[in-house]
Design a protein around this ligand. Sequence first.
Ligand code: ATP
Ligand code: FE2
Length: 329
Amino acid sequence: MKKELLTLGIECTAHTFGVALIKGKNPLANIRDSYTTTKGGIIPLEAAKHHKEVKEKILEQALKKSRITLEDIDSISVSNAPGLSPCLLIGMKFAKKISLKYKKPLIGVNHCVAHLEIGKLLTKTKDPVLLYTSGANTQIIAFEGGKYRIFGETLDQGVGNFLDSFARYIGLGFPGGPKIYELSLKSKNYIELPYNVKGMDFSLTGILTNLKQKYDSEKYLTEDLCYSAQETVFAMLVEVAERAMAHTGKKELLIGGGVGCNIRLQEMCKIMCEEREAKFFSPPNEVLVDNALMIAWTGSLMYSAGVRNTPEELDINPSQRTDEVEVKW
Ligand code: ATP
Ligand code: FE2
């Protein structure tokens, strides 16, 4: 029988520091701690400071929960791209220290690819179009010709950052996505906003400016603006996702990224899929938001395919794109 790989994963690209363990396809632990603010957005150096403070504790909790020791693991994977440099550096240093101390192979994992791989594992989709909607990234991705290709994406900010920026502007704190959702439930009054789909891409900053102007004019209810913001930008995302499905002929849509927790976005995806006789899949919320389980799982896929990095050569890559990763697994 083939040995089940035991992989340690470390996530550290932005606001979340996490450690997870996976044996074969079975998650053993997925522990995280996130940097949050009540006022203002994410400050990279502050988030990195948070990661530095919690890293040992999170590792300890993950090992305790899975009842294993670092001697037992086969490899370590760390999210080395893309992300905020100060945060990436904390995770990289930590992973290298463990790798050298316990003489375990080290593998660098692309955070965006990991969002997709964990979704595939947990929903059992085979060849989906991924609607990847997180803070910094918003992309429509599908596998074609050995790589995860980007079929469409935001031309400026990610949809999570868009929601967080508006939330911050109206005094809701960070992260704002869930708070905007709560407010949107109080409204059914759609207020016209710009709709910016450009071919397979889309742009969000103009809508944000328009929302802020409307808010400042004091002519609109905040819940109506939250409702309309969601309806508009989610419709844009679903439109481009549908076009990617039509173009590639794929029959599965998978959602990934923190904004994927939004019930209304999931509902709109479901309706679109039903109308074209395709299937919609969403993994549990705990792997939609940033998490280390996706890093552990993707790392174990890469390790099985023979990918090996060493602590001497592995570095962070803050701006690596999804389609730069060669998918060998
Ligand atoms: P990236 O993956 O691009 O590096 P990230 O690290 O910020 O970005 P995630 O943890 O995947 O990403 O997502 C965080 C985002 O998800 C935040 O912008 C947050 O507001 C949003 N979010 C979380 N829950 C919800 C929800 N229920 N509705 C809408 N947005 C949500
Ligand atoms: Fe993410």
